[in-house]
Design a protein around this ligand. Sequence first.
Ligand code: AQP
Length: 330
Amino acid sequence: MKIVLSGIKPSGELNIGGYGGALHQFLALQQQQFECLFFVPDLHAVTVAQDPNVLRKRTMDIAAYYIAAGIDPKKATIFIQSHVSAHAELGWLMETQAHFGELSRMTQFKEKSNGKDTVSSALFTYPVLMAADILLYQATHVPVGDDQKQHLEMTRDLAARFNQRFRPVFTVPEPIIQQLGSRIMSLDDPAKKMSKSNPNANSYILFQDSPEVIHKKIAKAVTDSEGVVRCDWAHKPAVSNLIEIYAVFADESVETIESRYKGVGYGAFKRDLADVIAAKLQPIQRRYSEIVESDELIRILKDGAVKAAETANRTLLQAKQAMGFVTWAQ
Ligand code: AQP
């Protein structure tokens, strides 16, 4: 059985980076022979300060967007991470297996802590909790955006280390790295990932943005002076980023897009790109509004947590027994 686990942190308003790197791929996996678990990693969101009222809303928002985008709760288990306490517990156990040195090498920690006077110790140990998330469900595969590759490598190392030191408890997961959309960059700076926490609202397109706002943001997106719609990440990163976004949202190949806009300037390309994004987001926005405050969503999340906890508690028990904890269960 192939098992896949992934999630989007409720650390900010969802933007199209999360569509390219996550939701687009979740939808594809749901169609394939995978048992899918999609969760809302709220314990990860609080590694940086969150306003409690906003966190609650964003957590429900992400869950609503999963469903609005087409994740089917009959096919996938959808739940909130903090509703399954085994995540925090296995996270602690795995911290005892993680080395300070390997955590210090995580580039995301370096980026996120850079220039800050203080950061939480949870931000530092975040990759260990991520490992626990994955290992609890014996996930065989994890879809990862480009920026998460290093964390998944650490999950693999921790699983192998634990299995070797105690006994084989965990499946060592494989990454699934998609070609298109695995790295959607900021609209104002193609050297930076499009991020929820970027203070510049013109750097991203939100799932909630209206067609008018999408047109304005795409019109402002940086390009280059060549005026040719051609994908070349080394020399034309800004235009290449826009072409990739187009490809993901229109489900077309980069080549098809390049040939459609041959001899046409950036103006027409950008107008069409904004239309393509708006056309994809509008039905998602409608479904989101229907479901976000609904009893249906609460029921899906409660059922999901019960189902997830069964598997998670089983794995946690095996890990505790392997480590020598006193457990009364057989
Ligand atoms: N810009 C992106 N391009 C491609 N993939 C992306 N992902 C996120 N942004 C992009 C991928 O989506 C999955 C869920 O990510 P996440 O939201 O849980 O965490 P993140 O990568 O830390 O997202 P942000 O937007 O950068 O949040 P903040 O600013 O709060 O830290 C992951 O697989 C991620 O790779």
